[in-house]
Ligand binder design. Structure first.
Ligand SMILES: *Cc1c(COP(=O)(O)O)cnc(C)c1O
Length: 464
């Protein structure tokens, strides 16, 4: 046992460092709106200041923290300042960001309720409230994980095991070799992370039938492949390029009539269900059997944060629970038995902080606000003569400038300009700038400033 003075020392020391870190973090947050969205060349050069060799002797933690802040902070991509529109990267919700500071000091493992009664309670509340906000069935259970990739994998494993179980095959006992063959019907536009999850779950590309999609990336009802009781159907709420969602109400009931399972990847788009004005975009999504979504995208939870949801908790439990005497629990809900991880940080506490501080109306307003910003951005670019490739849905804007070549030049110029940041993509044969509005800190002024910067870069490319 350490002596009493060692214990006091370590705690006093840690408290002092945490305070130092909090002050540095507060300065970072305060300056983030004014900063270049992407690190300057100088800040990138200064990364050379991080020693490349592991030190032999200890270095005081305060010096390590100072180095992290002085060299690291300027070299961050400011995805929380309001003008970062890359990928679908969410910003930092104030309540969650602050809760994360406290929760990281707690350092709780939420695997079993006995490891942390408070983390288990917040996990349970955050899960239940999320399902309610998303309009999902009252039976559904939500489990937190590191992101939609893992949430997709978790749900696909639950679906696979449930479909095989109904076919009289226990995966737990007999594994997959020799099991009845399952088929997967997936939207032609399914996200790459779902393809990766399928591979991890034992499905190859030969097992997958692609469902054709329309100009906006929605599956076509009239061309939807036939399904049976050994079919896993994969749909999506919120295409990663277009923001459009599949016509759930026209597809899910017939899949169910034939005994199939429907999983929905709704990494960001599922949150449309939390808003009265956007809910129609995901009409019928509540009819599915499982759903994956992110905390770190639309909700602006700290990285990383995802949610796996199953209509029937027993399906998730059967796929995820494990037998270990020292991990046995009578608890109704134990995170370790609902997901792939055993030990895990208290992600639910951060989601709880977001939902507790916003309430139902606040979340609906957050959804509406980001959609309105996307619409405004599209309108400003359209009015200046840029080509909006498809009708803007949710928080995604796809825009082309003159032609493929100029579009790529504008994207490069915008990234070098650093007023805002947007990436590129290809949509149905056209290069496009992809503008994803996912930071709750974004204001109308940010949208105007960013649109002007983009248009200025376009003019420069035209003149060149
Ligand atoms: C982001 C995204 C994913 C992957 O989520 P991660 O949180 O990055 O693992 C899956 N599907 C869609 C539609 C996404 O937008």
């Amino acid at each position: 046992m350490p002596s009493r003075s060692d214990v006091v020392d370590q705690h006093t020391f840690r408290a002092r460092l945490v305070l130092d870190a909090a002050q540095r973090a507060a300065s970072y947050v305060a300056e983030s709106r004014e900063r270049d969205v992407f690190p300057t060349e100088q800040a990138l050069r200064d990364l050379a200041g991080f020693p490349r060799e592991l030190a032999d002797e200890p270095v005081p933690a305060s010096e390590v923290l100072a180095m992290l802040d002085e060299l690291g902070s300027p070299a961050t991509v400011v995805s929380t300042g309001g003008r970062y529109f890359g990928f679908v990267n969410g910003g930092a919700d104030p309540a969650a960001s602050a809760a994360a500071v406290l929760v990281s000091a707690w350092d709780q493992n939420v695997a079993l309720p006995v490891m942390s009664p408070v983390a288990a309670l917040l996990d349970e509340l955050a899960g239940r409230w999320s399902c309610q906000l998303l309009g999902l069935p009252g039976t559904a259970i939500a489990a937190f994980c590191s992101g939609a990739s893992i949430a997709n994998l978790t749900c696909i494993l639950a679906a696979r095991d449930a479909l095989l179980r109904r076919a009289g095959w226990s995966v737990e006992r007999r594994g997959l070799a020799g099991a009845p063959r399952l088929r997967v019907v997936a939207s032609a536009e399914i996200h790459a992370s779902v393809e990766k999850a399928l591979r991890a779950a034992g499905f190859g590309t030969d097992d997958v039938t692609s469902a054709p999609t329309d100009d906006c990336g929605r599956v076509l009802v009239e061309e939807f492949p036939s399904v049976d009781d050994r079919t896993l159907v994969l749909l999506q709420a919120g295409n990663v390029n277009t923001g459009h969602s599949d016509p759930f109400r026209q597809i899910i009931p017939s899949v169910h009539d034939n005994g199939g399972w429907v999983h929905v990847d709704g990494a960001f788009g599922l949150w449309a269900a939390a808003s009265d004005t956007q809910r129609h975009r995901v009409d019928g999504v509540d009819l599915a059997d499982s759903w994956a979504t992110d905390g770190h995208k639309w909700l602006n939870a700290p990285y990383d944060s995802g949610i796996a949801i199953c209509r029937d908790p027993a399906d998730l439990r059967r796929a995820m629970a494990f037998d270990a005497a020292y991990f046995a629990t009578d608890a109704e809900r134990a995170a370790a038995h609902l997901g792939l991880q055993m030990s895990q940080r208290a992600r639910g506490a951060e989601i709880w902080a977001i939902l507790a501080s916003h309430g139902r109306r606040g979340i609906a307003e957050l959804v509406d606000r980001l959609c309105a910003h996307a619409k405004r951005m599209a309108d400003l670019l359209d009015a200046a003569g840029a080509r909006i490739l498809i009708p803007t849905a949710l928080n995604q804007v796809l825009v082309q400038f003159d032609n493929d070549q100029t579009t790529d030049a504008v994207i490069a110029a915008v990234q070098a300009d650093r007023t805002c940041w947007a990436g590129g993509t290809r949509w149905h044969g056209h290069r496009a700038m992809r503008i994803s509005i996912c930071d709750s800190a974004t204001t109308s002024t940010d949208i105007e400033t960013a649109a002007h910067a983009i248009l200025r870069c376009w003019r420069t490319c035209k003149d060149a």
